[in-house]
Ligand binder design. Structure first.
Ligand code: MN
Ligand code: MN
Length: 299
């Protein structure tokens, strides 16, 4: 009996340091789980609402009976998707300092699991060898506050076949200009989209890629509303708020062009796309803003 008790005590003593270790391990595991949770931006209603603060340009709805104008909302941006074109019609997002951080570019292009399961889900390989870039609508560099935010921009529902010259040249400089505006103390409401069919990539002209499954848009456009950082944004928009609209053909040869040369009025863009842009802005201010072509600096 005595020897058994001694054995148990000895065993317990030997076990204690390990127990301490496992407690520390459990804490570490719990802490890392918490950290992972923190890095996921929650689908906060106010955040999502901000992306469509200026309106839903096509009245898109998250309804399978509307496959050509299918609304997908996520914390990082909101979009209207076309099932037959397999690209977004438009993507809308709010850009402010809060969205910019130091997360690395994730480059994890992947199918969007939020599409109805029986729809064709575009994969990154469907662009391989097509002569077109996997062009972001909401840019990777606009979403760097967390890894999850950046990763969301690589969902294929945010991607369109974009000519390499367009993507890497003129368009990249426009995207950069938007972030420069944030550095200068502004917040932006941005809508990016595409329309028409047929563009030129590095292999020449194409109407579709991936055996006809993905449309190549003819034109890529963007509307940018710039406000000094502040609150109650919709009510601060006046007829002197800066609104930039651009529309650039999806073709090679535009790499060194200035995006400023492609500016047009929002009215003009609405005629071309059939969308109602900035629809939440009170009508008189909206009409005034939409009739003008931006003349501001492009640097
Ligand atoms: Mn791009
Ligand atoms: Mn409008």
């Amino acid at each position: 009996m005595v020897s058994k008790n001694t054995f148990q005590m000895k065993n317990l003593c030997a076990f204690l340091p390990f127990q301490r270790c496992s407690l520390i391990l459990i804490f570490l595991v719990l802490w890392s789980c918490k950290k992972t949770e923190d890095s996921q931006t929650p689908l906060n209603e106010d955040i999502t609402k901000a992306h469509l603060l200026l309106g839903n340009p096509s009245n898109a709805q998250n309804n399978v009976s509307m496959p050509e104008n299918y609304l997908l909302e996520r914390p990082q941006f909101v979009l209207s998707y076309s099932k037959s074109r397999a690209i977004p019609n438009w993507v809308s997002w709010h850009l402010s300092k809060a969205w910019i951080g130091s997360s690395d570019r994730q480059d994890d292009f992947r199918p969007d699991e939020n599409l109805p399961a029986d729809w064709y889900a575009v994969r990154t390989s469907h662009y391989t060898g097509s002569g077109f870039d996997r062009g972001h609508n909401c840019p990777s560099a606009d979403r760097t506050a967390t890894v999850a935010d950046n990763s969301a921009t690589f969902l294929m529902t945010n991607i369109m076949p974009q000519s390499p010259d367009h993507n890497q040249g003129v368009w990249a400089r426009l995207e950069e200009y938007c972030r420069t505006q944030v550095e200068r103390g502004n917040e932006l409401y941005i809508i990016c989209g595409s329309y028409g069919t047929g563009g030129t990539g590095s292999n020449g002209f194409a109407s579709t890629i991936s055996e006809g499954r993905i449309a190549v848009p003819a034109n890529i456009w963007k509307v940018i509303v710039i406000l000094p950082e502040g609150k109650d944004d919709l009510n601060r928009i006046t007829s002197s708020t800066r609104v930039i609209a651009v529309n650039i053909p999806n073709r090679q040869g535009v790499r060194n062009d200035s995006w400023g040369d492609y500016r047009l009025s929002v009215d003009d863009l609405e005629r071309r796309t059939g969308l109602d842009l900035l629809s939440k802005i009170p009508q008189s201010v909206q009409s005034s803003l939409e009739s003008k072509v931006d003349q501001g600096s492009t640097q």
